[in-house]
Design a protein around this ligand. Structure first.
Ligand code: PLP
Length: 290
């Protein structure tokens, strides 16, 4: 595979980063994950906007996310993936500098990386379901930044895997906030609920698509806290992400969610999401444009 690193396109195994890179030493950087359906990036503007937000939060000012339109397009072409479903990955770190916590000199060039990976067969299966556990959220309080410092998410996800489930739902101050790599939704009294955006969750791009779908489908949806005590009694629970789209959670802490089957509104939203992708692919392809 050809990847992009600091202005150069090269085979993946020839692209190397310095041991003094601030991403390696401090996790001092941000990233983005975008799905391209048949080679067309979905919601690219929203992803680049979130990247811009993260870079501004980290005060990395010299990278303009707009470059990734051209780089992404070229990577798909160079890897012969222009018609394939794939994942685009972007990472920007503060660059290479002697190991001091404070910012390096102004002229330090950020490390800029982008790659593309074909989606595995079955990744988009509509019949996927997951199981999850609830665990305390021990992340920092800037979860709205898509930071590469993911060690808390790594430990939480491994706790899920060790418990024999797929996802850990993170609970802070009695609120079930989100998964380690997913946004969280629940259904109570036939209303879809998701936590309001704040510094305690990532502002999910797929979450926004689901909010739009609820509106379009006439499904009542409220952005209000999902309490740990209540989620156990939810009619439905589902999670969303760029790579998983919408996936029902059928079991929480070893107990079935309602009857343990994907819920009615979850299935409706899954179908509506597929319709959005279908119509996105039917439109003239301006997905790389602003
Ligand atoms: C912590 C967290 N929450 C939510 C999401 C879902 O965000 P998106 O829908 O933009 O992929 C992710 C995706 O990686 C995530 O890491």
């Amino acid at each position: 595979m050809t990847v992009f690193l600091n202005g150069k396109y090269s085979p993946r195994d020839e692209a190397t980063v310095s041991v003094d890179d601030r991403g390696f030493l401090f996790g001092d950087g941000v990233y983005e994950v975008i799905t391209a359906y048949r080679g067309r990036p979905f919601r690219l503007n929203a992803h680049l906007e979130r990247l811009r937000y993260g870079l501004a939060a980290l005060r990395i000012n010299s990278v303009d996310p707009e470059i990734f339109r051209q780089v992404g397009r070229k990577l798909l072409a160079d890897n012969e993936l222009t018609g394939s479903d794939c994942t685009l990955y972007i990472q920007v770190t503060r660059g290479v500098a002697p190991r001091l916590h404070s910012f390096p000199p102004e002229n330090t060039q950020p490390t800029v990386y982008m790659s593309v990976t074909p989606l595995s067969a079955g990744a988009r299966s509509p019949n996927k379901t997951i199981t999850a556990i609830l665990i305390p959220d021990f992340r920092w309080s800037r979860c709205d930044i898509k930071s590469v410092s993911l060690v808390a998410n790594v430990l939480a996800r491994q706790r899920a895997i060790d418990a024999g489930v797929k996802e850990a739902i993170l609970v802070r101050d009695g609120v079930a906030l989100e998964g380690t790599f997913t946004s969280l939704f629940a259904v109570f009294r036939n209303e879809v609920v998701t936590n309001p955006n704040s510094n305690y969750i990532l502002h999910g791009v797929t979450r926004d698509v689901v909010l739009e779908l609820c509106k379009a489908q006439g499904i009542t949806c409220r952005e209000t806290p999902i309490f740990e005590q209540e989620i156990r009694q939810a009619q439905e629970v589902f999670v969303t992400s760029t790579s998983m789209e919408i996936v029902p959670v059928i079991e929480l802490d070893g107990k079935p969610v309602a009857d343990g089957k994907p819920g009615r509104l979850t299935k409706r939203l899954q179908a509506a999401f597929q319709d959005v992708i279908t119509s996105f692919l039917e439109q003239p392809d301006d997905s790389w444009e602003k």
